[in-house]
Design a protein around this ligand. Structure first.
Ligand SMILES: [Zn+2]
Length: 78
């Protein structure tokens, strides 16, 4: 028996269902994404792939949470 249910090479070839960005790009766009999110704009449409990355990347997910809390607190004071 030699089962290969999970083939990383094949998965990379097929890619995710939607566009997904990498950690570098995520980090660069995070500020903008959070501001869009908080201003009520459709952030997912403006920054495609961000949501998918945040869902799949615990590091960026945490980064997003803390940045959003920070910016939200800032906006509240303004
Ligand atoms: Zn990431």
């Amino acid at each position: 028996m030699n089962r290969h249910d999970h083939d990383p090479a094949l998965e990379r070839l097929l890619g995710p269902t939607g566009p997904e960005i990498g950690c570098d790009e995520c980090f660069e766009l995070l500020d903008e994404y959070v501001e869009l999110e908080l201003s009520g704009v459709d952030a997912d449409a403006r920054v495609p792939g961000m949501r998918a990355h945040l869902d799949g990347c615990p590091a960026c997910h945490g980064e997003h949470e803390s940045l959003r809390a920070l910016v939200a607190a800032d906006d509240g004071a303004a």
